[in-house]
Design a protein around this ligand. Structure first.
Ligand code: MRU
Length: 399
């Protein structure tokens, strides 16, 4: 166990460790990822999650495997190296289906490697080197992109905000440092508003069933000392009704944005967009352009991952020392083993035998989205049009 940190991914050439997000916020433990199987499992079981982080961990897992195997005779020709990289990326892509960032990264890496393998005189080493450069660049660029998203998003909110000085926002799921290479997307906007002293309060939803909000976003908000409050998913409408003049926006991330702006994001996003529309509050999607899938015209084509039933019917966490519970405080003590480790248990929270539906994401129609904030700027809909022109925007036609 190490001290608290927001660094989800630790990478140096030849070595990758990820912060095990199944243990957060109560335990901080890094696990080494040194095989394709470990990388695939970490993504599938959500030890690492969040669209950009999934893509980067997949890319870097293969980078580590390539460095480990660099002297292997099976990678000596350019063709062999290219084939191994393509097959490995194909396997890593089967870990989670909804976030497009993984597919986008695999596509770009494979294209770069194919081009290198075709070059006159290219060796297996040259192809591996090209892969490493491309994968490592993705890690660096994600942080830069997120800082730009944060800046553009904060500027946009301040521009459209007509309320008093008490500016509050609601966010859903976790889109922060833990979901990315650093800084975050929707949470990056919150960070940016807070650092400019414009934000008085952030609300994070619990985000059932995996609790990315109560475990991860709450952890990041406390870590960053941003004034904040946790609500359950079912409290958002009541909050908006109670503070009609204080909530400046609902800000969320994205796993896949279709060409028309329809957006797949964590389950519960769609109902937040509906309540935002009802309460006349801007509903903002924050996403790097790597989350935009121009190959699909609308959200109808997005494959929504359905996760195991047991993730809804059980909860895992540290056992609370009952004597430490105070009626008016969220702070509690945990039971510890003789060695000082936290005792964790899995408990049942549903009637046995009940059927369960557990879609991990939903699709919010473009019609309900006020703006899509990317690292290249803010995408808006033309007056009277219910869709975004993502293709035109990203190709620079409407910037
Ligand atoms: O199932 P998860 O935790 O991977 O889902 C994460 C989300 O839905 C995020 O909002 C999205 O990936 C954007 S993260 C910057």
């Amino acid at each position: 166990m190490t001290s608290a940190t927001l660094q989800a991914i630790r990478y140096q050439r030849g070595s990758l460790e990820i912060l095990d997000q199944l243990l957060l916020p109560h335990q901080t433990k890094y696990i080494p990822i040194n095989s394709l199987e470990l990388g695939h499992d970490a993504i599938k079981t959500m030890k690492v999650r969040g669209a950009p982080a999934i893509a980067i961990v997949a890319a870097l897992t293969l980078a580590v495997v390539l460095v480990q195997s660099s002297t292997s005779s099976s990678l000596s020709t350019a063709e062999q190296a290219k084939q191994f990289i393509e097959e490995s990326l194909g396997y890593l892509k089967t870990s989670r289906p909804t976030a497009v960032n993984l597919f986008d990264a695999a596509h770009k890496l494979a294209a770069g490697v194919r081009a290198k393998a075709k070059a006159d005189g290219a060796t297996g080493q040259d192809v591996v080197q090209k892969y490493l450069e491309l994968a490592e660049r993705m890690l660096e660029e994600d942080v830069k992109d997120n800082m730009n998203i944060g800046r553009f998003g904060a500027e946009f909110i301040l521009k459209v905000w007509k309320g008093s000085e008490d500016l509050r926002v609601i966010t859903h799921c976790n889109t922060g440092s833990l979901a990315t290479a650093g800084y975050g997307t929707a949470l990056g906007i919150i960070r940016s508003l807070a650092s400019q002293k414009h934000l008085t309060h952030a609300y994070c939803t619990e985000t059932r069933p995996y609790n990315q909000g109560s475990r991860l976003t709450a952890y990041e908000l406390v870590f960053e000392q941003i004034p904040s409050t946790l609500i359950t998913d079912s409290m958002a409408s009541a909050l908006l009704a109670q503070h009609p003049d204080k909530i400046a926006a609902i800000v969320v991330g994205a796993d896949r944005v279709a060409a028309n702006g329809d957006t797949a994001n964590k389950i519960g996003t769609y109902q937040l967009a509906i309540t935002a529309r009802y309460h006349n509050v801007p509903f903002i999607v924050a996403a790097p352009s790597t989350s935009v899938d121009l190959n699909i015209a609308s959200g109808k084509e997005i494959h929504i991952e359905v996760r195991p039933e047991v993730e809804v019917t059980t909860l895992r966490g540290p056992v609370v020392d009952l004597d430490s519970i105070k009626k008016d405080s969220s702070d509690v003590e945990f039971k510890k083993t003789g060695e000082g480790d936290v005792v964790a248990e899995t408990i049942a929270v549903a009637a046995r035998g009940i059927g369960v539906w557990n879609p991990s994401f939903d699709v919010t129609p473009a019609e309900l989205i006020s703006a899509i904030v990317t690292e290249k700027g803010v995408v808006l809909k033309d007056d009277g049009v219910q869709q975004f022109g993502m293709k035109a925007f990203l190709s620079g036609e409407s910037i």
